[in-house]
Design a protein around this ligand. Structure first.
Ligand code: MSP
Length: 604
């Protein structure tokens, strides 16, 4: 990606301008002083593009988006990954008490979708998209995704927003008509620069040859925004994250921005260009606007102003690294042209790979997320990918590693700690806490360890270091197990007298630590966290009202009665013996599970 140049920079044909509307002068960035709340380092970020500030934002919200997924096939683990990460971040910000708008959806226009619909023998592309979009919505439910908005780019309200936006860009003099010839990758839905292609003009991501195309299209004057984009990057070092991806964006900008075509004369399946029904709007120009049209509330008239007033600008666009150029270069320029505020941050994560290759529908090397959820439960899937893939970099999947990690962390470190403590409490205290946790922990160093780990976890969540956030919460579990083993309350109970009183306090201390783990890990493992809270004798209602403040030491009080101890997460047992199953190992637990809470079977 690093060497990619913009459209037709090295292509043999220079576009011939057939009609050009008057353009305005380029504009520079006007840096406001809003703070990006998802970074702990408080930084100055873009508050507006400097053009007409049309949107009036009533209340600071945390608006997070996933990409809108192509409806050319059902979701795979790669697409689920972005959404799981976005969900964990959204849940964390809700815990902080912020108003969160979490947008996801499906991208349903363009050649790629029309071709896949035709190949699938669907009645028409819309019916095809209906079924694919539904499969995303079902998976999001199974993975416990807590989005507030699901936008489909075939929604009528979206079309109205795209047309409104197009008119504003046109009015601003940034759209003109020209001929264009180049090499097109349908899977990327993008004209490619020959320099970035492999042998036989193959796309490096999809390993398929790009086709030569010649079209008479409408173009967007991206080149006018060269200076603006340079300023955005230099004035807002955190606009593109992780920082090494900002360098990539800088490289594209430095190599000179070229105008790009925003319509297709050869594609029928799309939104017609206003005033030219023979052309449809380029799928990327259309889809990016889904982030805004998603904001419309039921019953709102579908105007850009109404959508913008409901939460724009986005705080964070979470995307995969392959679509960085669209989000960090095209999108800010488009928004500026229309006079709208810019998103505060674009974070490009890495790929889930299989044998080193990007997992994807085009290469056919995907893992089925619904199978994983069926076998192991949603929390295990969420935890594994967020803990084991360093957010921002690529990560490989293997079932063996999955089983080992989940057993070690969720079943043993956290689950067992709770279970054996509750077992001792039942046996020696009738499942009732003898003393407040704040009193039990007086002078106990372990409490300070927990408090400082909670602070650290908060820091990592805020910095989108999801793996480190998981690791830090797990450290509380490790410290809890160590405390338990050192104190050995089971032998203290045997001694009786003051030793027994000390043991009662120890159990309260450990349970308080597990309670804190439950709150701090709830953005990642919401189901397990609820199970822990129920075991600790709280209602679902109490759990649902938790905030990050509840990670403070002292939540458990004397007299609280714990539920019957049951493992919150059963170990995944792998049968290594060969049978007719061609898999070398077979996951036994899978047979028991069915619903959304699969994986959380309660072992007897
Ligand atoms: N439709 C566009 C996005 C438009 S946003 C206005 C698109 N769709 S996609 O379905 O191809 O990809 C959606 C997201 O899934 C991208 O962020 C992409 O990086 C991500 N992933 C697809 N395969 C992936 C992996 N194997 N690993 C991690 N994420 C990957 O692009």
């Amino acid at each position: 990606m690093a060497g990619m140049a913009f459209l037709y920079s090295s292509l043999p044909f220079v576009p011939t301008v057939t009609a050009r509307v008057k353009r305005n002068k380029n504009r520079s960035t006007d840096i406001g002083n809003r703070h990006l709340r998802c970074r702990s380092r408080r930084i100055l970020v873009l508050a507006s593009s400097g053009l007409g500030k049309r949107e009036v934002k009533k209340k600071e919200t945390f608006m997070i988006t996933t990409p809108l997924y192509y409806a050319n096939g059902p979701p795979h683990m790669g697409s689920a990954y972005t959404t799981i990460a976005a969900d964990a971040i959204a849940r964390f910000h809700r815990l902080l008490g912020e108003k969160v708008i979490f947008v996801t959806g499906t991208d349903e226009h363009g050649e790629k979708i029309a071709t896949s619909a035709a190949a699938a023998d669907a009645i028409g592309p819309k019916e095809h998209c209906d079924s694919i979009s539904l499969s995303y919505q079902i998976l999001w439910k199974d993975l416990e995704i807590s989005h507030n908005k699901f936008i489909r780019t075939t929604d009528a309200k979206h079309e109205a927003i795209v047309k409104d936006f197009y008119s504003r860009v046109l009015q601003n003099g940034d759209i003109y008509r020209a001929d264009y010839e180049g090499l097109y990758c349908v899977n990327c839905e993008e004209y490619k620069d020959e320099k970035e292609l492999l042998e036989n003009n193959c796309c490096p991501t999809h390993l398929k040859p790009c086709a030569k195309r010649k079209e008479d299209n409408y173009f967007f004057s991206l080149s006018k925004y060269q200076k603006l984009l340079e300023d955005i990057l230099s004035n807002n070092p955190d606009f593109v994250q992780p920082s090494f991806r900002a360098n990539e964006v800088q490289g594209w900008i430095d190599s000179g921005l070229k105008d790009f075509s925003i319509s297709r004369s050869s594609v029928e399946w799309g939104i017609p260009v206003p005033n030219d029904e023979k052309q449809t709007i380029y799928v990327w120009f259309d889809a990016l606007l889904g982030y805004i049209s998603a904001l419309l509330n039921d019953g709102d008239e579908p105007t850009l102003d109404n959508a913008l007033a409901s939460g724009w600008p986005a705080t964070l666009h979470l995307i995969g690294k392959d679509i960085l150029r669209f989000h960090a270069v095209y999108w800010p320029a488009m928004l500026t042209s229309a006079g709208l505020s810019l998103p505060k941050m674009v974070f490009g994560h890495g790929f889930l790979t299989k044998d080193g290759m990007k997992m994807g529908k085009s290469l056919g090397n995907t893992i089925e997320p619904k199978d994983l959820v069926y076998k192991f439960g949603s929390d295990a899937v969420r935890y594994f990918f967020l803990k084991e893939v360093d957010f921002g970099n690529d990560g490989d999947y293997s079932e063996e590693r999955f089983v080992n990690i989940i057993n070690a962390h969720l079943a043993n470190t956290i689950g067992n700690l709770l279970n054996r403590t509750l077992g001792l409490l039942k046996k020696n205290c009738q499942s009732c806490l003898a003393v407040d946790s704040s009193i039990a922990s007086e002078g106990i160093e372990f409490k300070d360890t927990v408090t400082s780990l909670v602070k650290k976890a908060h820091f990592h969540y805020e910095n989108l270091s999801l793996s480190l956030a998981c690791e830090t919460v797990l450290e509380i579990g490790n410290a809890g197990n160590l405390f338990m083993n050192e104190r050995a309350p089971w032998s203290l109970f045997k001694k009786g007298g003051s030793s027994s009183e000390a043991a009662k306090k120890d159990l309260v201390i450990i349970l308080e630590a597990v309670r804190i783990i439950s709150v701090a890990l709830s953005p990642i493992t919401p189901t397990i966290s609820l199970k822990i809270y129920s075991q600790l004798g709280f209602t679902k209602d109490v759990f649902e009202k938790l905030t990050w403040d509840d990670t403070k030491w002292g939540g458990l009080k004397a007299g609280q009665v714990m539920a019957e101890p049951k493992p919150i997460f059963a170990r995944i047992e792998v049968d290594k013996g060969g049978d007719e199953d061609t898999n070398p190992s077979k996951v036994i637990k899978s047979k028991k599970k069915k619903s959304q809470t699969q994986g959380l079977v309660e072992a007897s």
